[in-house]
Write a protein that binds this ligand. Structure first.
Ligand SMILES: NC(=O)N[C@@H](O)C(=O)O
Ligand code: NI
Length: 159
């Protein structure tokens, strides 16, 4: 069994897979009579002709070490996850290699930070850590096949 260490997420390392949903160093502009920072357009919703929808995922947790043996992707639309609770969580992604996932990468996402997975990016399903958690999810609803799942050689994600 291959073991991979969960690494702290950074915008640069995550850039091939999507964007971080967290305030930037500086706001794009001040709004609401100067009371509110707008951190504008952190990511774009890709909806491939469908509708962009907003859901809540109330998920049971996983704990490290965590065995991942399945990855999926949504070829027609992006998928954004924003935690509604106070805990860090795990985001597993992988590069595409000829239509199959390459070596998985496990990112440790700090409390309060979300991620947007671009359309077609291989990822593990939602993995809150240690405690059940609610996430706001923005993804695509519409025609066509928007879920592709593949079994992979299992990896064990360690802290
Ligand atoms: N299947 C579903 O709605 N969720 C997955 O796409 C996921 O990434 O968690
Ligand atoms: Ni997904």
């Amino acid at each position: 069994m291959t073991t991979i260490k969960a690494r702290p997420i950074t915008a640069d390392e995550f850039a091939p897979f999507g964007e971080l949903l967290t305030p930037r160093e500086a706001p794009s502009k001040m709004i609401n009579a100067g009371r509110c920072e707008r951190h504008h357009a952190l990511a774009t919703v890709e909806r491939g002709g469908g509708e962009a929808i907003i859901s809540i995922f109330r998920s049971e947790p996983v704990s490290l070490p965590y065995d991942c043996a399945l990855l999926e992707r949504h070829p027609l639309g992006s998928q954004a996850f924003v935690p509604l609770g106070p805990d860090p969580w795990l985001s597993i992604v992988a590069p595409d290699e000829g239509g199959r996932p390459g070596a998985p990468i496990a990112f440790l996402v700090p409390a309060g930070m979300g991620v947007n997975l671009r359309a077609g990016v291989w990822h593990g399903v939602l993995t809150p850590l240690d405690r059940p958690a609610d996430f706001l999810v923005v993804d695509r609803e519409g025609g066509g096949v928007n879920l592709e799942e593949v079994a992979i050689a299992p990896v064990t994600v360690e802290a």
